[in-house]
Design a protein around this ligand. Sequence first.
Ligand SMILES: Nc1ncnc2c1ncn2[C@@H]1O[C@H](COP(=O)(O)OP(=O)(O)OP(=O)(O)O)[C@@H](O)[C@H]1O
Length: 228
Amino acid sequence: MAEEILRLERVCKTYNVGLPSEAEVLHDIDLELDHGEFLALMGPSGSGKSTLLNIVGLLDRPTSGRLLIKGRDTGLLHDNELTHLRGHTIGFVFQHHLLISAFTARENIMMPMLADRGFPSAEIAARADHLLAEVGLGRFGNNLANNMSGGQQQRVAVARALAMNPDLVLADEPTGNLDSKSADAVFELMRRVNRESGTSFLLVTHNLDLARRCDRIIEVVDGRIAQH
Ligand SMILES: Nc1ncnc2c1ncn2[C@@H]1O[C@H](COP(=O)(O)OP(=O)(O)OP(=O)(O)O)[C@@H](O)[C@H]1O
């Protein structure tokens, strides 16, 4: 197995914003992320962080350059192969938790497993309960997502991201909407998962205090990596 979970080689991304103008948002991005590494991605608004995360998360393709995940060149894969790789390798946590508000915490965590036809259905509820306990919400499985606090909802979102046992979690400002105590708790939860199960994390954050507690910080400025 490749040493790194993720490797970007000279990745560029251009958006067509109406001819003749094109906007190059990412320029020659080189980046590696090792298995088990917890990386903070910082940078000013509009610098390209979400664009980079979308590419790494296989939600969008680079205009040029190569993206390798676990040593596989994703540019050679068809869309259905990318969907499979994404579902089994990558978990997502967003600033807005994107839970289904009318579903319980348990049901929200079950969703990725229900969507994956390969997951043994008899194990789904038990795995959801295991993950609820992992994120400190063992007693809250039957609570509607809507009735939970922001910090609790984000813990459910972390549990949902872990449902398929991903190698890498991409977290786009997951603590941006939380008070500092809840933000700290959600960050520490992700850090513990990282330490205990070796899941790699790529965390977009504007919070320097949290970033300093990651293994490494990189900064994107005007679509380029400013420091390694
Ligand atoms: N689909 C799109 N089409 C055209 N331009 C886009 C598109 N998506 C993003 N952009 C532009 O790309 C640049 C980078 O945006 P991106 O959202 O990646 O930045 P960001 O660093 O994540 O910003 P923020 O911290 O505010 O979320 C911006 O100038 C944005 O307007």
